[in-house]
Design a protein around this ligand. Structure first.
Ligand code: ADP
Ligand code: MG
Ligand code: ZN
Length: 473
């Protein structure tokens, strides 16, 4: 029997608002346990939630970025369940009137993954198991979340990973979350089922919850597909349950039988009135969205004519692209600016996070001044690179490191003299060159570069050296 995979992903993303969804407590990560709390977010009787406007705006921003329809009228529901991480015994979420619906994300292959809905809800507290006791920290309780639910359009583990990666990139770009999977500000629930190739009906699915890395999405799905295939091939049936993926052992095992939405007894929260998102506000948010990453990538390659590799090194990091584009606006050339960014600046930004934050000591204006000197061949590549490195270390402009004499062109006469000196000092290299070993010429460049303070053009020097050698024969 041959099976095909059906997969849909639910993604929880913590919104980067300063305060929680229904109270004024801070959303800052960490802090001593139960210090970021108040009567509202710990569900004390008589306390009343007030919906944070920013949360609604951020969720709409997310919706528009992935082509959703925004429901102007929306409301909150209570999702009832009893667990110590949730002191009210219900979570305030959205059920039948989510804020956003019917969006999509396109994969590189051109395949479109539908987005069913995006709703807003509150995060729960965190249980800490220690010394045989369980403690609870409510600092995270009431932190605003959006849940983005995909259609079951995903057909392979690779597509699942790409979907989550693209979603993460878009959400970071529009500034609603840092989407750090390892810190839990983005978590994926991966729903997987199998069906016989050629059949229409879906098989029973399982849900691997709270996956906290892109690679684990891939691995958890491989493990789950293998497990379900084994069951089906041996004549068994799949039970709808919640799975836990253990990344240490790379295994997947059932956690509990999955509850259905009926089990939660959803009903409209009577404490929070229905709310309206006026169309003018939606339009305002739409027009405040930055150019989205994949549009930018396409534009870099087609309009700026950047090599795809270079474009791909830059487009992911919004601040890098802003810096790059600002330097172009100041007159820097696309080619030299992009090469210096991905060469020298990136060499100073080791991690993904460093590139994301892009905290450097120079600004686009100073950078553009340097690139223009290089564009106009006033300085050579070596000098452009060392100067940029100094600028990054000291925060001063290029003029501080380039002396007037550095900008003077070297004369051809001088260059011929230095080439002759290099020839005289390296008879072995001359013999090698005459024997056709062109690489031997590199040995001579050291002298020429020293004499010219790095300004000599190696192509020109090479031509002169060959010419002198030929004349000498
Ligand atoms: P719940 O909220 O109970 O988890 P939903 O019906 O909202 O259930 O679906 C959650 C996710 O599961 C969605 O991303 C959806 O695309 C996916 N899904 C639903 N049915 C299947 C199935 N048979 N196989 C794989 N994924 C599925
Ligand atoms: Mg679910
Ligand atoms: Zn609070």
């Amino acid at each position: 029997m041959r099976y095909e995979i059906v997969c849909g992903i639910e993604t929880h993303i913590e919104l980067a608002t300063n305060t929680k969804i229904f109270c004024g407590c801070t959303t800052a990560f960490g802090g001593d346990p139960n210090t970021h709390c108040c009567p509202v977010c710990t569900g004390q009787p008589g306390s009343l939630p007030i919906l944070n406007k920013k949360v609604v705006e951020y969720a709409v921003r997310a919706g528009l970025a992935i082509h959703c329809k925004i429901n102007n009228i929306s409301h909150m529901d209570r999702k009832n369940y009893c667990y110590p991480d949730l002191p009210k015994a219900y979570q305030i979420s959205q059920y039948d009137e989510p804020l956003c619906e019917h969006g999509f994300i396109d994969l590189d292959s051109g395949k479109r993954i539908g987005i069913t809905r995006i709703h807003i809800e509150e995060d729960a507290g965190k249980l800490i198991h220690e010394n045989g006791f369980t403690y609870v920290d409510y600092n995270r309780g009431g932190v605003p979340l959006i849940e983005i639910v995909s259609e079951p359009d995903i057909s392979t583990p690779e597509e699942a990973k790409e979907y989550a990666e693209k979603l993460q990139l878009i959400m970071r770009y529009i500034g609603i979350s840092d989407c750090k999977m390892q810190e839990g500000s983005m978590r994926c629930d991966v729903n997987v089922s199998l069906r016989e190739v050629g059949t229409k009906e879906f098989g029973t699915r399982t849900e691997s919850k709270n996956i906290n890395s892109l690679n684990f999405i891939l691995k958890a799905m491989y493990a789950e597909v293998e497990r379900q295939t084994d069951i089906l091939e041996s004549g068994g049936t799949i039970i709808q349950e919640t799975m836990r993926y253990d990344d240490v052992t790379d295994t997947i095992s059932p956690m509990r039988e999955k509850e259905n939405s009926d089990d939660y007894r959803y009903f409209p929260d009577p404490d929070i009135i229905r709310f309206q998102m006026v169309q003018e506000k939606v339009d305002e948010i739409q027009s405040s969205l930055p150019e989205l990453p994949f549009d930018k990538l396409k534009r870099y390659v087609t309009e700026l004519e950047l090599p795809e590799l270079t474009a791909k090194q830059m487009y992911k990091y919004r601040r890098v692209t802003e810096f790059f584009e600002a330097s172009l606006a100041q007159g820097a050339s696309v080619k030299n600016a992009s090469n210096l960014i991905t060469g020298i600046i990136y060499a100073n930004l080791n991690t993904e996070e460093d590139k994301e934050l892009f905290e450097i000591k120079t600004d686009a204006k100073q950078f553009a001044e340097l690139v223009k000197m290089y564009d106009e061949k006033k300085i050579n590549v070596k000098m452009a690179q060392t100067t940029l490195q100094q600028m990054l270390e000291n925060g001063k402009s290029a003029a501080e490191f380039i002396k007037a004499e550095d900008l003077e062109d070297i004369s051809t006469d001088d260059l011929v003299t230095w080439c002759q000196e290099a020839i005289d000092a390296n008879p072995k290299a001359v013999a090698d060159i005459m024997a056709g070993k062109d690489k031997a010429i590199n040995i001579m460049f050291g002298h020429i570069m020293r004499q010219s303070k790095g300004k000599a053009d190696t192509k020109q020097a090479e031509a002169i050296i060959k010419d002198l050698i030929n004349k000498g024969i």
